[in-house]
Design a protein around this ligand. Structure first.
Ligand code: DAH
Length: 352
């Protein structure tokens, strides 16, 4: 290669090295091997030479051209590598970071219990009804045969809100689901009023009312907000025996155990007469042998039946109120009620 050609190759290499982008590089290339690049011009000059000269000069120019093209290819590659590297840096991922997983949700254990209770009672022909958590004094107490200033009210000390009812007594956060007995009965009586007026028999009332309840109470087994589920079965011929059958059936289905024992222990509630606490006893498992209280119950008091707008000489039945929180603790072996309301995902996940 002549000195001239070598210097062209040298300057091409330098120009390529200085190109910072693929576009720069293509511009630099054009100056050497483009349509009117320096090498191309030299090729054109060959035409004027003799055959012999053409051969040797042509070969030399070709050699120079190849050297330039090799330099070009090399620079193209290194620019492409650099660009890729920059891109990778910009899009860098820290693969050691913990992933953002979207875990499947699940129902709260108490909600699972509520659903279970509803299913079991629905299968026994019970309706499911909802009611207000902010309740009138009459519904929470007086209608349930628990008049103002009666000492039995202290069994259910609750919270009051700054809204007064028509009777001038503030509304309360219902301390039990029992007011739903009276609310539902009123609804039922109204619904069937035409039928009864026409001489027909009113269908029996058979309902459960699950929901949130409130009391001034807070420890490992009591929370100021908790859950209850009321039950009511009222008709012309419903007896305590029916209560025993229904509740025994419910408990055995709920706990999936046929050898569960039940005990109806005499007690007092203003709204029932006679009244009983319902205790259950597991025959096996960690709680075997202990009597565990799960509900209050009794035959609906005539005064309550009257407040429902019904004749206590004609309608008779039973009611019960159970604690779904307690049932959940027993079913899953949870020892502290507060776990249900802390919202700790590690606890709640276990019920998914
Ligand atoms: N309301 C009662 C309580 O909160 C439970 C209860 C007892 C409900 C007897 C009833 C019943 O319907 O008949 O302690």
């Amino acid at each position: 290669m002549t000195q001239e050609l070598q210097s062209i190759v040298g300057s091409a290499r330098e120009a390529f090295a200085q190109a910072r982008t693929p576009a720069d590089l293509e511009n630099a290339k054009a100056q050497y091997v483009g349509k009117s690049g320096r090498i191309t011009e030299l090729m054109k000059g060959l035409a004027a030479l003799s055959v012999e000269e053409k051969k040797s000069r042509g070969a030399a120019i070709n050699q120079a051209k190849q050297a330039i093209e090799a330099a070009l290819a090399e620079r193209r590659q290194s620019l492409a590598d650099a660009e890729l590297e920059l891109q990778l840096k910009a899009e860098a991922l820290d693969v050691s970071l913990p992933g953002r997983v979207r875990e499947p949700g699940g129902l709260h254990p108490v909600s699972l219990t509520m659903e279970r209770i509803e299913q079991i009672f629905a299968s026994m022909g019970f309706d499911v009804a909802d009611g207000p958590e902010i309740e009138s004094d009459w519904h929470s107490f007086t209608s349930l045969n628990n008049p103002p200033n009666h000492p039995a009210r202290s069994m259910q000390d609750t919270f009051y809100v700054d809204i007064q009812g028509d009777d001038g007594i503030p509304y309360n956060l219902r301390p039990h689901t029992s007011p739903m007995q009276v609310r539902y009965a009123h609804r039922h009586v109204k619904k069937h009023a035409a039928l009864v007026a026409a001489g027909g028999a009113m269908p029996e009332i058979r309902v459960i009312c699950p929901g949130r309840t409130y009391r001034v109470d807070s420890d490992a087994t009591h929370s100021p907000m908790f859950h209850q589920c009321e039950g009511l079965w009222l008709g012309e011929n419903v007896s305590f025996k029916d209560l025993k059958v229904v509740f025994t059936d419910f408990c055995r289905t709920f706990f999936e155990s046929d050898d569960l024992a039940l005990r109806f222990r005499p007690s007092f509630f203003p709204f029932t007469e006679p009244s009983a606490e319902i205790d259950i006893q597991f025959q096996s498992g960690p709680l075997a042998g202990r009597w565990l209280e799960v509900a209050g119950s009794g035959q609906v008091h005539p005064a309550v039946v009257r407040n429902m707008g019904l004749d206590p000489d004609r309608y008779i039945g039973f009611a019960f109120g159970m604690g779904p929180d307690r049932l959940t603790m027993l079913r899953y072996g949870v020892s502290d009620l507060r776990l249900f309301f802390d919202g700790d995902i590690r606890f709640l996940k276990q019920f998914r």
